[in-house]
Design a protein. Structure first.
Length: 240
């Protein structure tokens, strides 16, 4: 599942990505026990000791930054086997260090049947860009050269996938019209979504009554209401 891109973090991955491990071209690496990475790409070092914030912070046991990449005139490919019950967050760091006008297509595919899961064109990335997605099982990650001297991948970072928050609507049932009582509420959404049950008398001012977290795709729970015999509106919204 595609999560998004990040052009703000640059080389400072340690505070945001890779809480479970990483591989950085061609510096020290630490790959989680439930993930294996196979690749045979060539590597190149522009600068192995720099303070430029675009360069990747070296592995936590080391200090300093490194500007380096795996590269290919055709495409860089990485075979990842994520052998875990839950999806992992994968963050790829891509950096056109020498501002050579590189353009590349990032392709993520299912290693079993080669079906394409995600395709994204990366360009104008001389300031550094992360592409973040959640995955498990066996996948292939490829960066295919489109323009410029070659395709590059600078680092891959592994971490726990955060709870899924999506724009899919959360439904609340049933609609309430009785003055008071205890009712069963059913909320549907995606596992890990946290939402607030709120009450309003004017559709402008809302009061939080309860917070619930979905462990599956739906959840039922009792909720006592006392509307004071006045019209009340209820809603479930994703918690901030």
């Amino acid at each position: 599942m595609f999560v998004g891109t990040d052009t703000a973090t640059q080389g400072d991955w340690k505070n945001k990505y890779g809480n479970e491990g990483e591989i950085v071209a061609p510096a020290s690496s630490s790959v989680p026990a439930d993930i294996s990475v196979n690749q045979s790409n060539q590597s190149w070092i522009w600068n192995d000791s720099t303070t430029d914030i675009r360069a990747i912070n070296k592995y936590s046991a080391d200090s300093g930054r490194i500007a380096a990449a795996w590269y290919s005139d055709g495409q860089c490919s990485f075979d990842l086997n994520i052998n875990s019950a839950q999806s992992k967050q994968i963050a790829l760091y891509l950096l056109d260090w020498d501002n050579a006008g590189r353009v590349e297509d990032l392709i993520i595919s299912d290693a079993a049947d080669n079906s394409i899961l995600l395709t994204k064109r990366i360009e104008k990335f001389s300031s550094g860009e992360y592409v973040v997605f959640n995955a498990k099982g066996s996948i292939r990650v490829s960066a295919k050269a489109v323009d410029g001297p070659n395709a590059v991948v600078n680092g891959i970072f592994f971490g726990d996938a955060p709870a899924i928050i999506s724009s899919d609507p959360v439904t609340l049932a049933p609609a309430f019209s009785i003055a008071e009582g205890t009712y069963t509420i059913r909320a549907t959404g995606r596992p890990g979504q946290v939402f607030d049950v709120e009450q309003s008398g004017d559709l402008r001012n809302w009061v939080k009554l309860s917070q619930q977290t979905l462990s599956g795709t739906s959840l039922e729970f009792p909720m006592p209401f006392d509307t004071g015999a006045q019209v009340r509106f209820f809603r479930a919204v994703l918690a901030p």
